[in-house]
Design a protein around this ligand. Sequence first.
Ligand SMILES: [Fe+2]
Length: 430
Amino acid sequence: MTNRNLFEKEVKERAPLQEFKEPNPLPEEIAAQYPTIDLVSIDLSQYEEGNSGLEKRKALAKQLETALSTSGFFHLSNVGLAPEVFNRVRSIGQLLMSIPDEEKVQYLAGALTSDEEDRSKSLGGERGSGFKPKKYWSNNNVRDSIEHYNFRDFLHDDIFLSDEGVLKHPKAVRGYLRDISDYFNYLHYEIVRKICNLSDIILEIPEGTLWNNYMRVIDNDPFHSGGGFGRLMRYYNPSPEDEVKTNQSWLRGHSDGSFITVLTSNPILSLQIRDYETGEWKFVTHKPDSLVVNVGDGFEFLSGGYFKSSIHRVHSPVEEQKGETRFQIIYFVDPDRSLVIDPETINSPKLNRLGYHKPKEWEKITFDQWNDNKGRLFGKNAVNNVKGDEPVVVKLFGRLHERWHQVDNAQPPAIAEHERLYGPPTSINV
Ligand SMILES: [Fe+2]
């Protein structure tokens, strides 16, 4: 049995949390003046387990299919989490962000900037456990104003709450690790499991296939378990000059490298999705105490492109909410990392009928290969040092590294530059 004495000691000695004050949501009539996207909203209280609940699950699956195959985003309401639960996790995040900078640098997820990250040794600020400091990423030569903290391994108590696991985190939050673990475990076992089962119904494969094969948790074996990582993320206001240079884009357009991503709905109108057909950026509206879920690249690939891993970004808040604090709780859900991410893996009658097959140019790769190689590019000058919305387009394993849809205007980087940065382009074709 792993030693958990340290965790128990920290729980006894922990300081009380300060209340997190959520910004006020925008009145509906004001939000309506901005371009917003009308997301499918799924009421999770309608999900019923067992044979008797099948018809209800089929009805939800129908709604979910519309969402996954169009914008790739949806609202999830009545998820079974009380407002106090969300607020407690936000308070823990607030506590984390308030510790002195001298202490934060002892708990970095990677290097101080993405460009100096040695990816052969580190998962980097994007995916490693610990802090990503401000200025880690670059967008058109402007450094970001975002701070976040990642947690990993919370589905594995004997790792997360072991003495070694506890010591990975700053002292202030060590006594709160059980709250972090409870929150993300709930998302995994209650939310992700249900989304997987509904997706099975859509794909016409036996219910339980996605969950049992790719999302199950094997004790103390994160690599072969579903899971991924949780993030607490705070956005700070950039300088007015940087706002101009980035065209008010706080986090440039990207698709998530995950399987799916589960976000808390945010009262600040700031998250935008790029319309799949028209390319227009549209804001995601707020539903209190709800989640916003989106398809990541892994699920898009597994579905052969039927489910959409849409480009999204974080824009400077709308005029009425400028200066408010945007704080976000995110669960980037990864499958078993050895999952081969193309539709041949699941052989779905639905996808076969609709004609979603593995394109010839796609190399046969695992989720781990994708996630690792995509992670190496995120936030780097080499792909972000361009004006406008489009990053430099790179192909990884025969697939666009961001699932960007208007690629014709973008310029691929020179192969030589790629070799300098990432080694020989054996797996990167530009
Ligand atoms: Fe994202």
